[in-house]
Design a binder for this molecule. Sequence first.
Ligand code: HBI
Ligand code: FE
Length: 299
Amino acid sequence: MNDNDDFSSIVKARSRHDHGLRGDYSSMRADYTVEQRYERYSDAHQDVWRRLVARQNALLPGRACDSFIEAVRRLDFAAAIPRFDTVNASLQAATRWQLVPVPGLLPDDVFFAHLAARRFPVTVWIREPEEFDYIAEPDLFHDFFGHVPMLFDPVIADYLQAYGQGGLKAASLGGLKYLARLYWYTIEFGLIAENGALRAYGAGILSSPAEIRHAIESPDPHRLGFDLVRVMQTRYLIDDFQHTYFVIDSFDQLFRETAPDFSLLYRALARLPELDPDDVEAGEAEVGADGLSDRTPAG
Ligand code: HBI
Ligand code: FE
């Protein structure tokens, strides 16, 4: 499966009244927000949270970027499912972001509007013990553990708001497909070269015990230097480890290179070929374990 079947099309394919998604969309507000209803988390849910956090925390050293590790330390959420209200006080002070509780995946326009207003939608439900290792839709663990620590980074905080603002414009410009790829290869599956090593900052990597090893240590995937056009040309896999990751040099680089208006870019992309996650062209730079680029051999 590739991004013709991604989350946004899954949400879009279902009516706004019967989403066919797992969350309870029956009593949400117009902006898709709900209450967190903390008392609804059972002891089994709290136990799932603690075990997921413990397993993932053990994998972070040497794999997660500094910003992520620092925020995880400061959030101190290992003992219980976090209360969004409590986190919001420190998040507001750090980067002026807020978490908003939602039933699950949101239609693109709703999602973008939240990001543009520095509100990050976090799914309220958590997986059942039987689903400890795999769930198809993002749950509280993915959304919170994977995404919230990076919201404390001031540059990522601004990048994500700019992404939401770009999203609100993208639909009318025919750019949604390209913008979704940018999100995927940065916010979800991004790597950064930090202090002479590869580190993860993408939530899909950081919330997965298997993908975090695959992304950092496996010899199999391609790791290419970040290039905005190349990223937007590249389809992605939603039900397998990524076959290609894109590596940024700094969050400032990411912010800077995605700052220009995308309308001309979308028009240019419509005339460029789409690339598969397995395609690497001769001469493209592969990034090594030291975070430095090498030229790939021709052919
Ligand atoms: N909704 N809750 C939620 N979380 C997401 O990450 C999300 C979404 N809706 C759409 C979406 N992501 C992506 O398709 C866009 O970034 C393109
Ligand atoms: Fe995510």
